[in-house]
Design a protein around this ligand. Structure first.
Ligand code: PHE
Length: 340
């Protein structure tokens, strides 16, 4: 019986060390120590032993059982450690690898230019005023000294909603709204950026575009104040040596009126040769606020006067960035937008 037990111990030990995964090890346990296992079978046979042999064999059986339990436990721990090591080797995370870069967006070029323009005027003490895009004929034209049926209305092909309501054709109605919102004869210094709408569509005209309006009202404002302000603005945006030209013009709401051009250098590269060409390019309209406009909006032209200007943001952005088709701004093509 002793020999049988020893043989069993050796077979069990061999199978335990040979087991390479947990289910196999579990199977070995059942084979030897389970209810119907081999060691259990031997113990069951003890009833046939003599009273002398029984305690000796019983003690031996307990020793063998304990030894097998220990071996099973340590083999199990070994297998678990091996499995963990294998997982760590294959599932290793290399935290030194560079991350996936997040794609960063940026402001639309028109927004950038709009902010550049606003910054220049805010440094000169202007505040920003706002007005509606759907406007009445009253504010868009009448308050600005456009009489009904005046031919100057045709300069701005309009989108009418009803006979008296339209999409504003310029930001100038904010001039009238601002004057009317102030106590009569109080000084004003505002700019008003926003969308405007005209019935036009080609490489340099879009039915929706952006303007920045400016209005300054005070006492004894001279044309030279307007000129200095506009020249300062042009040099801030286009560079300190920018040449600026005032050309006489007409707007119903300013008198005298002017259009302002800057001398702009365009570079063409043709087969390696660089061609530069200087052109006067119009960037804004301006003038001294017409006395009728002051009167129509509650100001006394004998006490107060001022100047106004209005510029196209797209035009300025095109010059700044060398863009020759304004429609590019609205196509949302990332190949274009990513260049700014
Ligand atoms: N509102 C004019 C336009 O859109 C521009 C302008 C504004 C001219 C203010 C003079 C004074 O053409």
């Amino acid at each position: 019986m002793k020999a049988e037990m020893e043989a069993l111990r050796q077979r069990a030990c061999a199978q335990i060390s040979a087991a390479t995964d947990e289910p196999t090890l579990q199977q070995v346990r059942v084979t030897f120590l389970g209810k119907k296992g081999e060691l259990t079978a031997i113990l069951r046979g003890m009833k046939d032993l003599t009273a002398q042999e029984r305690p000796v064999i019983g003690a031996l059986a307990n020793t063998v059982r304990a030894e097998l339990e220990t071996q099973l436990a340590s083999r199990l721990a070994e297998l678990k450690a091996q499995a963990l090591a294998a997982r760590l080797a294959t599932e290793r995370l290399d935290i030194t690898l560079p991350g996936k870069p997040a794609r960063r967006g940026h402001l639309h070029p028109l927004t950038r230019v709009n902010r550049l323009i606003q910054d220049v005027f805010m440094k000169m003490g202007y505040t920003v005023a706002d007005g509606p895009e759907i406007e009445s004929d009253y504010y868009n034209f009448q308050c600005l000294n456009f009489p009904p049926d005046h031919p100057a209305r045709d300069m701005q092909d309009s989108f009418y909603i009803t006979d008296s309501i339209l999409l504003r054709t310029h930001t100038s109605p904010v001039q009238a709204r601002t004057m009317q919102a102030h106590e009569p004869n109080t000084p004003i210094r505002i700019i008003s950026p926003g969308k405007v709408f005209r019935w036009d569509y080609d490489a340099t005209h879009s039915p929706v575009f952006h303007q920045v309006e400016g209005l300054l009202i005070d006492r004894q404002i001279a044309f030279s104040d307007l000129k200095g302000t506009i020249e300062h603005f042009c040099r801030e945006i286009f560079g300190a040596d920018t040449k600026v030209r005032f050309r006489a013009s007409f707007f119903p709401f300013t008198e005298p009126s002017a259009e302002v051009d800057i001398l702009f250098r365009t570079r063409h590269t043709r087969g390696g040769a660089v061609d530069t060409q200087d052109n006067w390019l119009e960037i804004l309209g301006c003038g001294m606020v017409h006395p009728n406009v002051l009167r129509l909006n509650g100001y006394d032209p004998d006490v107060m006067n001022g100047f106004a200007f209005g510029m196209g943001v797209e035009r300025i952005a095109m010059l700044l960035y060398g863009i020759d088709d304004l429609r590019l701004f609205y196509e949302n093509d990332l190949r274009f937008l990513a260049q700014f």
